[in-house]
Design a protein around this ligand. Structure first.
Ligand SMILES: NC(=O)c1ccc[n+]([C@@H]2O[C@H](COP(=O)([O-])OP(=O)(O)OC[C@H]3O[C@@H](n4cnc5c(N)ncnc54)[C@H](O)[C@@H]3O)[C@@H](O)[C@H]2O)c1
Length: 310
């Protein structure tokens, strides 16, 4: 079968998730361009077979770059990713996450890009009262500027679809973890715990530690992106395991794997902390053929091994 897409642009391709998407595209023999301002990503994450340009998607030269590269498909992962920082400084979050996504969709539409696969959020998209695991049938009700910006991005992509005919899929990730994740991330708890445990440093748990999250391994997220590339559907899809893991349990599992000896320090609960979170991904299973394959224990082992190598 002929390849549907020959060239791809990955915005944020020097970041954690973006760099794994780049690797998967290169394996599929797709020509890959990466644009990243390296604000949180690392050049060393970028596959040497990708064509890397250090540039912000907000740079006035970006539309020219996009036109020159003219990708068939864009994986849009570039973002300001820290939810807590978005609460402190919403305008700076909105610059990349609202304006950046809007500009990307606008200019991509004008040059005939066929599709955008957008890295959205499930963890910050729904009301805290929503039933768990939460499905896309629940109306989005983001309360953080980060979640509001991601929802705006989805809506602008829907706009670009109607105006320019550019297809889009927004993947609403749960808490993604795996090799190359840095500790600043929206859901960086596993990378923070991992690095500290390996160095024998004290690990802190905020609040009771009974708050739950849905941890999904990066390889499963990359597979969701690859399926999204090839399926002819439009819209939003949750990408999560549907399983809740509380932070105390996570701590214990990681302690067992790393052989960590210390007890956790307790910190006060930060304001706006969500008590429970897990995503129902049955829509992704039905339309994309996606299910998570990596069990938490296995994903944690792989992640910690990669941190040890580092
Ligand atoms: N990690 C998670 O659990 C999670 C959960 C939900 C959604 N997401 C989304 O997935 C995407 C990737 O997240 P990640 O965890 O890999 O974070 P990351 O910080 O590793 O990746 C983001 C990349 O975007 C780049 N970037 C930021 N602003 C840019 C700009 N203006 N122009 C060009 N590049 C820019 C950064 O340098 C970085 O390399 C983000 O859109 C994030 O919001 C992540």
């Amino acid at each position: 079968m002929a390849k549907k897409y020959k060239t791809a642009l990955v915005t944020g391709g020097a970041g954690f998730i973006g760099s794994h998407i780049v690797d998967a595209l290169i394996k599929r023999r797709i020509k890959v361009y990466v644009v990243d301002d390296l604000s949180s990503g690392r050049k060393s994450n970028v596959n040497p077979n990708a064509h890397f340009t250090k540039m912000s998607i907000l740079n006035p030269q970006f539309p020219k770059y996009l036109k020159r590269v003219s990708p068939d498909i864009i994986f849009h992962t570039a973002a300001h990713i820290n939810l807590r920082e978005s609460i402190i400084d919403p305008p700076s979050d909105a610059e990349t996450n609202v304006l950046g996504t809007l500009k990307l969709a606008h200019h991509a539409g004008k040059i005939g890009v066929k599709k955008i696969v957008f890295s959205s959020t499930g963890g910050a998209m729904y009301s805290t009262d929503a039933r768990i695991p939460t499905s896309e049938k629940v109306a989005p009700a983001p309360i953080s500027p980060y979640g509001i910006a991601k929802r705006s991005g989805e809506m602008y992509l829907n706009f670009a679809y109607h105006v320019h005919g550019i297809e889009y899929i927004a993947l609403r990730y749960a808490n993604v973890y795996g090799p190359r994740q840095h500790a600043k991330s929206e859901s960086g708890v596993i990378s923070i715990f991992g690095e500290k445990m390996l160095q024998g440093e004290p690990v802190a748990i905020s609040g009771s530690g009974k708050q739950t999250r849905d941890f999904v391994y990066v390889d499963d997220v990359v597979r969701a992106n690859m399926l999204a590339m090839n399926k002819k559907v439009i819209g939003e899809f949750n990408i999560g395991t549907g399983k809740e893991t509380d932070i105390n349990t996570l701590f214990r599992k990681m302690k067992d794997i790393t052989g960590y000896q210390l007890s956790p320090r307790k910190l006060p609960e930060p304001p706006g902390e969500i008590a429970r979170s897990a995503l129902d991904a049955r829509k992704a299973r039905a339309y994309l053929g996606w299910t998570p394959k990596t069990r938490l224990e296995e994903g944690l082992q792989k992640t910690i091994r990669s941190f040890q190598k580092k």
